[in-house]
Design a protein around this ligand. Structure first.
Ligand SMILES: [Ca+2]
Ligand SMILES: [Ca+2]
Length: 258
């Protein structure tokens, strides 16, 4: 009898070991933003969690990724390497040719449906826009210097009306000023909904992160785009990514996956 129990126990142990081994072979589904921020998904395309890292797993070197280049995902391979504490990468296509791109790194692995809004993120202001931006900054009593501007027009919430996402900051601008990063949505009725507004306390010391609107992506497959911001504090420091959800009915912005 004891022998029988022992055999059953051994069989159970054997099966669970094989199960664990097979699970370890299954690669996780994830989207990576830069080399620092990873959103993991389960097999049903549901977001599981987010991880922010400093050191990229070298096992990812030369694995196949779907990389967002010129408004679409293409199969590519990446070689990651570290220099002066920052992680860099080279991109190669299926023919082993190096791909040159100035785009921020957005890539995924696994059977995911990642819908990136392809409307152009404009970085030049017209004179009219500049005037309008300065008015908005004035209304918040923040510095009116703008060194970084971006604008994307898109229908974030799929209601057939366009919103505009603006990001403004004055990093690298005039001296003897406080620093700010301001990202907001202008709704079709011209109402402004803040995504993030941060200002440094002291002049000439940018102790706040510089934030920038990087992409609008439907990350959770609900037909609404999430707003992805890059965030960097200081030179030669990692760029991390943040994710915001816009609820047009309640006119609220919520940060997700903090
Ligand atoms: Ca809309
Ligand atoms: Ca979504």
């Amino acid at each position: 009898m004891k022998k029988k129990i022992l055999i059953i126990l051994l069989i159970v142990l054997y099966i669970s070991l094989i199960g664990t081994y097979l699970l370890s072979l299954k690669k996780p589904n994830f989207v990576m933003f830069g080399t620092t921020t990873f959103i993991y998904y389960d097999n049903n395309n549901q977001i599981k969690n987010v991880k922010r890292i400093n050191n990229i797993d070298k096992k990812l070197n030369y694995e196949k990724f779907n990389v967002y280049i010129d408004n679409s995902f293409e199969e590519a391979y990446m070689n990651f390497y570290k220099e002066d504490n920052a992680t860099y990468y080279d991109l190669y296509n299926n023919q082993n040719q190096k791909i040159d791109t100035k785009d921020f790194l957005l890539a995924y692995q696994g059977d995911l449906k990642i819908n990136v809004n392809s409307s152009k993120i404009e970085t030049q202001m017209t004179d009219e826009e500049k005037e309008k931006m300065i008015k908005i900054l004035k209304s918040h009593s923040i510095n009116e210097d703008i060194s970084l501007f971006s604008k994307q027009v898109l229908d974030i919430d799929n209601d057939s009306k366009n919103e505009t996402i603006y990001s403004l900051s004055n990093f690298g601008g005039q001296v003897n000023e406080t620093f700010y990063s301001y990202i907001f949505i202008e709704e079709s009725n011209k109402e402004i909904i803040d995504i993030d507004l941060i200002e440094s306390q002291n002049k000439n010391t940018p102790e706040i992160p510089q934030k920038y609107h990087a992409w609008s992506i439907d990350l959770d497959n609900d037909n609404n785009y999430e707003i992805v911001l890059s965030s960097v504090t200081g030179d030669d420091t990692p760029v991390y990514y943040e994710f915001y959800k816009y609820d047009s009915s309640n006119k609220t912005i919520t940060e997700m996956l903090k």
